[in-house]
Design a protein around this ligand. Structure first.
Ligand code: C2O
Ligand code: CU
Ligand code: CU
Length: 515
């Protein structure tokens, strides 16, 4: 195989894409769906907010481990929090903070192909670097996992999550600059659930009937090892997007879950690097979506299909009461993902889905003190391969250009000039989608002016609640509105296709105090 040449100490073999395991040869639905364990505190520590108070303290180590993704495959090498992937699920209550010491206990060498030409991953940087971000958290800047605040094996960082936010399905994952896509692909992700009294009062399915489904795609080689796709240039292995054909749910390939004939709550996370999922159920089953990224919708929305861009979450209820003794299959487009085996038993289902969930007050557009137009741009090389993706034509290291004032409301409009949909995520805040509207991209390139060529399209009811990640469709202006609440300081916003984020489609922003 080719070696990376001419980069001084970086002359290491770059892993290449090896012959791929054909997952179609595998038996389906032979492994039970794993459910990540609940993280247990390791003690109490003084609260950073109030020296007299104590908060639960967790120590969560990132470690290399092996796990079988399928009964008939050899164990696969992964990196995970707490030695599993997904890592343990954190259970938090709104308003009750907690402390997590994220400890890097990974090996000194990476096992996935680092591209040293990418900003932040130059060959003078250590290969193994991690920093943890709690996606969707209203956390102080020092605990938010700024991509440059990475630490190496043997080091750790303590983060404070005050959880001063409504019930929602959050998740944690690696965010190290320039290698985030590899660290997450290696397995560094997990769920973090915030609950509150209002949600409890709705009496939704709980405990063993409230189950996270973390879905992502991976490729494996013939030895059942992770096979991260690479370009054909061994000095620049980065590829613009990674799409693989093995869909894992909670770390298993084609798992099954035995369910009672009753209602279940599933918190579905698209944890993929780049793949968008379009999930359906066999036997004409529907989903009742009750929540989005940042918590409950105003009212349930009945859906035949749940579409999730990378990092988006859907909180859904599925009712198996009419399917005693049947197998219900969860599919992505027409491919099987997992199976629900409905027991042929009688189950008393006292759960009724309330007609209204949590009031979601619309932020009026008139509340916005500023509108920022931000372009999404793709730069191609001589042979039309995308080489870099940019936000507003700026690189990561350029000076901050977005500095909203604390407690002010702004509209951000994303002008997508590319041919791809990009899931755009802002740290710290929750936002509402205003609309999406087609514009003439050629005119925009020539004149810098937005000429709309279609009517504004309101968000789908399934995304009409609080969001932290929004699909910016190609050739459209996607508008969101948000209030910058919580903390001043430096955060980031970025595309959540991890290959894009790693290659410049991420920018810092500052929340500042009014002067
Ligand atoms: Cu899911 Cu900046 O992250
Ligand atoms: Cu985030
Ligand atoms: Cu993107």
């Amino acid at each position: 195989m080719a070696l990376a040449m001419g980069r001084g100490s970086a002359e290491k073999p770059v892993p290449k894409f090896r012959p791929e395991l054909n997952i179609n040869s595998l038996a389906q639905f032979v492994d039970p769906l794993p459910i990540p364990v609940i993280a247990k505190p390791d003690g109490w520590r003084p609260s950073p907010d109030d020296a007299a108070g104590k908060l639960p303290y967790f120590r969560m180590a990132m470690r290399a481990f092996e796990a079988q993704v399928h009964r008939d495959l050899k164990p696969t090498k992964f990196w995970g929090y707490g030695g599993s992937s997904p890592g343990p699920t954190f259970e938090a209550r709104s308003g009750q903070g907690l402390l997590v010491e994220w400890a890097n206990e990974l090996p000194a060498a990476h096992f996935l192909p680092i591209d040293h030409t990418i900003h932040g991953a130059e060959s003078d940087k250590p290969d193994v670097r991690t920093v943890v971000h709690l996606h969707g958290a209203k956390a102080p800047p020092a605990s938010d996992g700024y991509p440059e605040n990475w630490f190496v094996p043997g080091k750790s960082a303590i983060c404070h999550y005050p959880n001063k936010q409504e019930a929602a399905t959050l998740w944690y994952h690696d965010h190290a600059l320039g290698i985030n896509r590899l660290n997450v692909f290696a397995g560094l992700l997990g769920m973090f659930i915030v609950r509150d009294d209002l949600e409890d009062a709705l009496r939704l399915p709980r405990d063993e009937y409230d189950i996270p489904l973390v879905i992502y795609d991976r490729a494996f080689d013939l030895q059942s090892q992770l096979n991260y796709p690479v370009s054909d240039d061994p000095r620049k292995p980065w590829t613009p997007e990674v799409f693989c054909d093995a869909f894992l749910v909670n770390g298993k390939l084609f798992p099954f879950l035995e369910v009672e004939p009753r209602k279940y709550r599933f918190r579905i996370l698209n944890g993929a690097n780049a793949r968008f999922f379009h999930l359906t159920l066999s036997n004409n089953h529907s989903f009742q979506q009750i929540g989005t990224d940042q918590g409950l919708l105003g009212a349930p929305v009945a859906l035949q299909r749940v579409s999730l861009a990378p990092a988006e979450r859907a909180d859904v209820i599925v009712d198996f009461s009419g399917s005693r003794g049947e197998g219900v299959i969860l599919k992505n487009d027409n491919l099987n993902v997992m199976q629900f085996r409905v027991k042929d038993s009688r189950a008393r289902d006292a759960v009724a889905i309330p007609a209204t969930l949590r009031p979601v007050a619309k932020i009026p557009e008139a509340a916005a003190v500023k509108t920022r137009s931000l372009s999404l741009v793709e730069i191609d090389d001589a042979v039309q391969r995308p080489m870099t993706m940019l936000l507003n034509n700026a690189h990561w290291s350029m000076p901050v250009t977005e500095s909203p004032v604390l407690d002010s409301t702004e509209i951000w409009e994303f002008l997508n000039t590319t041919d791809d949909a990009h899931p755009i995520h802002l740290h710290l805040v929750r936002f509402q989608i205003l609309d999406r509207r087609s514009f003439d991209v050629a005119t925009y390139w020539l004149t810098g002016k937005v000429k709309y060529v279609g009517a504004a399209i309101l968000p789908d009811p399934s995304e009409a609640g609080w969001k932290d990640t929004v699909r910016a469709d190609p050739g459209m202006v996607t508008r969101i509105i948000t209030r910058f609440e919580g903390y001043t300081g430096r955060y980031v916003w970025h595309c959540h296709i991890l290959e894009h984020e790693d290659n410049e489609m991420m920018r810092p922003f500052d929340i500042v105090t009014a002067r």
